[in-house]
Design a protein around this ligand. Structure first.
Ligand code: HEC
Ligand code: HEC
Ligand code: HEC
Ligand code: HEC
Ligand code: HEC
Ligand code: HEC
Length: 272
């Protein structure tokens, strides 16, 4: 009787050990895979050029247009352009033409000689956008960034602190009028815990911090399902490939290198 119990326990123990090894190696494989994916994070380029969108066309032999986000986001909220002026959050998708701009749409809503330098024929400013001397824009960045709250990646500017400490103040529309913002409902002003894959590395997402810059429609429904937990395929892996949080946090807002920006629990990039 006694030996039988011992035997059963041995089998149970063996099964337990096998199960443990399997789970551990599964987790390990998952971690290895994620580590490989992190190698896809683009290198931390020159701070002056992070967020610059290059627009190339083959119909004209002019230099490509360089649109610098840093310069514009230091003056306007994202929603001024990505809601009011219908600029797409995906480069190349806005479908703008010179004709529309001359008629006051897209860049032409501001670059009309009143709000900002003109793009009209007689103005001779063509080279400032069809950028002939990119170094000039880099130098302008260096002068701008000097003395601002710093960060390690992207523009190497802590944009949140730069705004909240009053180094910049943002216009929320082209004509300078403040829009009548809705106040966030009570449950959206609390951080939202997200993290379906690994609860240990869950992220406290703040609607409030994003709402200073963005409109609800910049994220819902295209980037995120408005029902908590219902965004399909939402994972760190897909963030790194430029989806979900990576839609902005790989291209304009602080990039994925800055693990602590979203995961204060991570001390140093442990996976790399
Ligand atoms: C002055 C206007 C303007 C402002 C302000 C602005 N953007 Fe943009 N954004 C653009 C334009 C123009 C493009 C390129 C669109 C195109 O190519 O069709 C763009 C593209 C993007 C892209 C895609 C970039 C890429 O490389 O694929 C992202 C992401 C983005 N913006 C996020 C933001 C965020 C976040 C903010 C606020 C912090 C912001 N934008 C503020 C005009 C603006
Ligand atoms: C919401 C208003 C607004 C929109 C829309 C806008 N800009 Fe600007 N832009 C400005 C302002 C204001 C400045 C600063 C003017 C100055 O002091 O040079 C500026 C400056 C620039 C500069 C810097 C030029 C230099 O010589 O330093 C470039 C390049 C530029 N814009 C390109 C663009 C392009 C390309 C678009 C459209 C894709 C665009 N902007 C849309 C407001 C706007
Ligand atoms: C404020 C920035 C800005 C200025 C200034 C500017 N452009 Fe452009 N230009 C653009 C942008 C943005 C596009 C469209 C990019 C795209 O196709 O996605 C463009 C496209 C063009 C195109 C090709 C596309 C088309 O629809 O025909 C021509 C030609 C052109 N510009 C000529 C000029 C000339 C000439 C000047 C000076 C008189 C000038 N641009 C000044 C931003 C500017
Ligand atoms: C920067 C992107 C972003 C912006 C802007 C944004 N949201 Fe969200 N929202 C999210 C994410 C991420 C989730 C969680 C999705 C998930 O879990 O699948 C979410 C979830 C929600 C939820 C579900 C919350 C819950 O506890 O069940 C509501 C409601 C919501 N958003 C409303 C809004 C409203 C209203 C606005 C504008 C005031 C807004 N969102 C702006 C990213 C955003
Ligand atoms: C539509 C663009 C967009 C998307 C999508 C987005 N963010 Fe952001 N986020 C921003 C901008 C703009 C800022 C301001 C700081 C900056 O630009 O670096 C910001 C700031 C933050 C901050 C810092 C806030 C602070 O107070 O310092 C955190 C944390 C953050 N985002 C997390 C997330 C997470 C997590 C997701 C995905 C669930 C996400 N963001 C999706 C645009 C975006
Ligand atoms: C812009 C915000 C943001 C940044 C920056 C960020 N993460 Fe994440 N991370 C998230 C979100 C949101 C999730 C939860 C996704 C989900 O629902 O599973 C996540 C999940 C994870 C997970 C859990 C496993 C998984 O696949 O979801 C790991 C591990 C992780 N992140 C590691 C990192 C590391 C390492 C870095 C730096 C190289 C980093 N993250 C940078 C937002 C971010």
């Amino acid at each position: 009787m006694k030996s039988q119990i011992v035997r059963i326990n041995k089998i149970a123990l063996a099964a337990f050990v096998v199960a443990l090894v399997l789970t551990a190696s599964g987790a390990f494989a998952g971690r290895m895979e994620l580590a490989r994916i992190f190698e896809h994070i683009p290198p931390n380029g020159p701070a002056a050029r992070y967020g610059n969108v290059t627009m190339v066309f083959d119909t004209d032999n002019r230099a490509p247009v360089i649109f610098p986000h840093w310069l514009h986001r230091a003056r306007y909220t994202c929603k001024t352009c990505h809601l009011d002026l219908s600029f797409s959050l995906y480069s190349g998708e806005s479908g703008m033409s010179r004709k529309q701009m001359v008629n006051g749409l897209f860049c032409g809503a501001c670059h009309d000689g009143a709000t900002a330098f003109s793009l009209h024929e007689e103005s001779r400013n063509c080279d400032r956008c069809h950028l002939v001397q990119p170094e000039r824009l880099d130098q302008r960045f260096t002068r701008f960034a000097h003395g601002l709250p710093a960060s390690d990646a992207g523009n190497q500017i802590d944009w949140h602190e730069t705004l909240s400490q009053g180094y910049i103040s943002l216009q929320d529309s082209v004509n300078g009028k403040r829009r009548t913002n809705m106040t966030l409902p009570e449950d959206l002003s609390r951080p939202l815990l997200i993290g379906s894959q690994s609860p240990r590395l869950s992220v406290a997402f703040s609607h409030e911090d994003h709402f200073e810059w963005l409109d609800c429609s910049n994220c819902h429904p295209l980037v995120f399902n408005i029902n908590k937990g219902k965004t399909e395929h939402f994972s760190m892996k897909h963030n790194v490939f430029g989806w979900f949080c990576g839609t902005c946090h790989m291209r304009v807002a602080f990039p994925m290198q800055d693990c602590q920006g979203c995961h204060p629990q991570i001390k140093k990039r442990p996976m790399l």
